[in-house]
Design a protein around this ligand. Structure first.
Ligand code: HEC
Ligand code: HEC
Length: 293
């Protein structure tokens, strides 16, 4: 910045602030020094013009703004070449940010070398994984991974695709689509009701026979599910789409196709590694809790 422009900015800024201060001061003093605040100044054709002083709250707000402006100009760059007492520069701010980014990248790289099972026991890694989870996964799986209707709970030990680290990593990287066909075209309404009854807790001979012919191939002879196909266990008390007679009937009628989006384009391999260990830590905590009970 040349000397001329440096001086120009100084003069302009100081002149402007002084002018505003003077304007405020003179008006405020003028209006509040009169005793008769609401005297009638003039009358035109019977319409009176009253004299209204500047409200105190407004004047105080204005003074605070001026004080803020002066403090800012003393601390930060704004007055020509004067750098401000804090020596803040955009270059330095950028460098600081890049430094903290590099630290994050290096931490992520370091964690990438460690087994996910081991990382799940490292509180520092778990905390970082939790942050990535809350930013990317919590919308669907809940703030603590507790899940909700149609979104699986990731903190219990019931898994659609199995509990291994590899299965969890594949779910995150490649995404998953549940493939439960709709049966309303294939089966009669009474058959679907018999099936829903069999699954919701009152097995009948007809229901069991229907299950064996239409469902056991995927859900297993004992309703135990199949992690290779992402097929849920129907014998436990954990339900993705609800376990009442009506909800089960609905699952059979219309089918279910839960969609877990692939994250390989959105998240680096390092972040997915850390997320996997975070999710492992959620179910490990639960097991420890159960052991303590
Ligand atoms: C748009 C909603 C959505 C988002 C975002 C999402 N998920 Fe999922 N996720 C699902 C659904 C739905 C399923 C169940 C898929 C199915 O039914 O086959 C699932 C399944 C999973 C599974 C397999 C669970 C099991 O029981 O085997 C894991 C692990 C998982 N998600 C982790 C994550 C992680 C980690 C993130 C963040 C990077 C994430 N999800 C983001 C919807 C989502
Ligand atoms: C091709 C394999 C396949 C067949 C055959 C199949 N299912 Fe499914 N079923 C699935 C999958 C996969 C899911 C999970 C869907 C999801 O994740 O969105 C599922 C989900 C369900 C659910 C919901 C479970 C929950 O936790 O809410 C019920 C109930 C169900 N199936 C009942 C049946 C019945 C009854 C039959 C036989 C008429 C049947 N299924 C046949 C694959 C199958």
């Amino acid at each position: 910045m040349s000397d001329f422009w440096n001086a120009w900015v100084w003069v302009l800024v100081i002149a402007f602030l002084s002018f505003i201060s003077w304007l405020l001061y003179s008006n405020y003093i003028d209006s509040h020094s009169r005793r008769d605040h609401h005297r009638l100044d003039e009358t035109h054709d019977g319409i009176g013009e009253r004299y209204a002083p500047i409200p105190v709250w407004w004047a105080v707000g204005m003074w605070l703004t001026i004080v803020f402006a002066v403090a800012y100009l003393v601390l930060y760059p704004g007055l020509g070449r004067f750098p401000g007492l804090l020596n803040w520069t955009t270059e330095k701010a950028l460098l600081d940010e890049q430094k903290s980014n590099t630290i994050l990248q290096e931490t992520l790289k370091k964690y990438r070398q460690v087994d996910v099972e081991k990382l799940a026991g490292d509180p520092q890694a778990v905390l970082l994984g939790q942050r990535i989870f809350r930013n990317n996964c919590a919308v669907c799986h809940g703030h603590k991974g507790e899940g909700s209707w149609a979104f699986p709970n990731l903190t219990d030990d019931d898994w659609l695709y199995g509990h291994s680290a590899d299965a969890i990593k594949t779910s995150i990287t490649e995404g998953r689509t549940g493939a439960m066909p709709a049966w309303k075209e294939t089966l009669q309404a009474t058959q679907i009701e018999q099936l829903a009854q069999a699954i919701s807790g009152t097995p009948t001979e007809e229901g069991d026979a229907l299950y064996a012919s239409y469902c056991a191939a995927c859900h297993g002879a004992n309703k135990e599910g199949n992690p290779f196909l992402g097929v849920p266990n129907l014998a436990d008390d954990i339900w993705l789409y609800g376990g009442s007679f009506d909800e089960i009937k609905q699952s059979i009628l219309v089918g279910r196709n839960g969609e877990m989006p692939a994250h390989k384009e959105m998240l680096s391999a390092e972040k997915i590694h850390l997320l996997t260990s975070y999710i492992l830590s959620l179910s490990t905590k639960k097991e420890e809790g159960a052991a303590n009970e």
